[in-house]
Design a protein. Sequence first.
Length: 141
Amino acid sequence: MSESAEQTIRRIIAGQTISWNAGDGPGYARPFTEDGSFTNVLGTTLVGRALYEQRHVEIFAGFFRGTTLASHIERVRFVAPTVALVDIEAVVAGVHDAPPAMPLSQGVLRTHLLQVFVANDSGWQIAAHHNVAVIPRPHAP
């Protein structure tokens, strides 16, 4: 029995979570297309797998060193047979020494992530990865 497109996409995202938790920048970047676009929670945009990988190697050695990622896929929507939009709730715990603009709550970063997957000769890959931070609200008294 072959794996469905949605199962493949879910497996790729699970693999990214494993790579993140291992601090493995090249592994995390592996499913990214050569010309994919990435926007992080601070609004920095990069294009291409090489820069995507380089940035993740840097952050895994810096403020995301030793962090853990938990990813919850909220929705997988196929807008064409070879294009899927994937909404993910991501929680990164154990963040330290982050940039002041990063919205943390007790060392935890919560984001909503949109990944655009495309099917091509290499199989399913991530063509776009765009992250938006969820701003922590102060607790009510």
